[in-house]
Design a protein around this ligand. Sequence first.
Ligand code: FVH
Length: 293
Amino acid sequence: TRNPARSTDVTVLGLGAMGSALATALLDAGRSVTVWNRTPGRAAQSVARGARAAGSVREAVTASPVVVTCLLRYPSIQETLAPVAGELRGRTLVNLTTTTPNESRDLAVWAAGHGADHLDGAIMAVPDMIRSREGQIFYSGSRAAYDILLPTLEIWATSEFHGEDAGRAALLDLAMLSGMYQMFTGFFHGAAMVATMGMSASEFAARQAPFLSAMTHGLAGYAKVVDGGDHTGPGLQSLDFSDLSHLVRASEEQGVDPAPIAAVQALISRQIAAGHGAEGFTRIYESLRLVGS
Ligand code: FVH
């Protein structure tokens, strides 16, 4: 017998690099897929693999009980769906467009207002990782929708549900990306510094990658201190010791913009000025939490 959860028809709105990968994965898994893209001509690849190309958003939305959006940013979701909002009733909207937590919450409220169930997904993968176990997608929003759709969601990547607050997946996604972008920016800053002595970025990367990789082993220990809230414990490198003024100065001496490392130093300085110089480097976490509180 046909298991409905394993045979759900799916519509994918947005056939950019990621939307195409999602549609292809569903097709390869034997699903019936309808696709739509704002700019015509991008559906060819999916159609060649068996997708049905809809001539309009309305046709696409009404073709399936599950509608996936994989568009550029939040405004493009509204631009695409608002004119056909009345067609969403009784369907499940799975948004895989990157949004802020509040945008995800707004979308959940908007979808509910039009009688649709809503699940928000945050893709922690590049298109090539779709259909691999290394790819991860975080979800939040409707638990019922998540449970019903899990066999479909698992076609794309390892799925994790993070709660009924629709903004949680997006928050986790953007927090992960914050760490990643700052790591890359740190690398670019270091590469710019060594470039002044003629070292190529590739040569620097060969040294930086294993070093950074080894440093990530420190994260769990730092996390314990942050979670415990006590930055005075033994074995922690003090803020006075961690003062990075010399690093900022070295960057300036080489004629390299110290902005990335100066931002870290600003957090350190704020805690030292507040009298916490003897506490551990982890104390800068408190500098970050002060903003907006
Ligand atoms: N690609 C990746 O590695 C990342 C991994 C993590 C998650 N992201 C997010 O996925 C969303 C889509 O990303 P993408 O890689 O598919 O992006 P593009 O290839 O640039 O395609 C963008 C699609 O969005 C359509 N689009 C843009 N603006 C509008 C609009 N106003 N109305 C309707 N559709 C719109 C665009 O259509 P077109 O330009 O071909 O007409 C593409 O289909 C994104 O949120 C990432 O953050 C991917």
